[in-house]
Write a protein that binds this ligand. Structure first.
Ligand SMILES: [Zn+2]
Length: 266
């Protein structure tokens, strides 16, 4: 196979894309890294990972803090989240997604980006980063009341990319139309056997109506109470209980129970 590029010629494979490995009887041909790297680089560009998350990978996901000891729940949660995300990449099967749950600043997006970067660079799988608010904005802009259809240019990559990272699901209120569109996206990806990775700050609970009200209101707040007050909006409330159940069918849940890393002393 010849490369179309007239740029630098690979000194290992002379741009054939194949190189020999092994000695004697074990000698065989294998894909040259230059080919994999080039494919990885173009997939990485196509993934549209925002600049602030560009460098996020497993190695720089911080789990060690001076104020955390290995017996702390937070320490265990951070380590377990990183382990489960890494295992997801190793075991990746199309159609099986991830749902990262955790309050702001716990590293959900960092790990989710680490997952897609690894799927891109090591498995050459096309991925797309999609910010929930930005998607809502695009749906709103492209919505034409006359045809009641969303521009396909906007939506096609969201439907077609094998792995979609939908970041910060439910971070803004949705109109009926937007909620239907998100539901349609998730359903279509599910039935097409595509992988969807979702992060959310919302509590992984049904709509509040379905849950008895919590006792202890008015007491002084513990850390846990303050945290749950911050996340009092539930996933079920924002996206609907039905869509939440569908999301659970499509994904494995990784919950990160940790403080906002920006509040930590390093
Ligand atoms: Zn090469």
């Amino acid at each position: 196979m010849r490369t179309e590029s007239k740029a630098a010629v690979c000194s290992v494979c002379d741009d054939t894309g194949w190189k020999p490995v092994g000695q004697g009887a074990n000698r065989r041909m294998t894909r040259c890294e230059c080919r994999l790297r080039r494919r990885g680089e173009s997939l990485l560009e196509a993934a549209r990972i925002p600049k602030r998350y560009e460098q996020c990978d497993f190695d720089n996901f911080q789990t060690e803090f001076p104020d955390l000891s290995p017996s702390d729940q937070e320490y265990k949660s951070l380590h377990s989240a990183r382990f489960l995300a890494g295992r997801f990449v190793d075991e990746h099967l199309p159609g099986q997604g991830l749902l990262f749950i955790g309050s702001t600043g716990t590293g959900k997006t960092h790990l989710a980006v680490a997952v897609i970067r690894k799927l891109i660079m090591e498995r050459q799988i096309a991925c797309l980063f999609c910010d929930f608010r930005e998607l809502m904005r695009q749906i709103r802009q492209s919505y034409d009341p006359a045809v009641q259809m969303t521009e396909l240019d906007v939506m096609n990559p969201v439907f077609d990319t094998p792995v979609l990272l939908l970041d910060d699901l439910g971070s803004a209120a949705m109109t009926e139309w937007q909620r239907d569109t998100i539901g349609y996206i998730l359903n279509k990806r599910y039935s097409d056997g595509q992988t969807t990775i979702v992060t959310t700050c919302l509590a992984d609970k049904p709509s509040p109506i379905a849950e008895p009200s919590e006792a202890g209101i008015g007491r002084s707040r513990t850390l846990e109470e303050a945290r749950s007050a911050m996340r009092e909006r539930t996933l079920g409330e924002r996206i609907g209980d039905q869509m939440r159940m569908r999301l659970k069918d499509m994904t494995r849940t990784i919950e990160i129970q940790a403080r906002d890393f920006r509040s930590r002393k390093n």
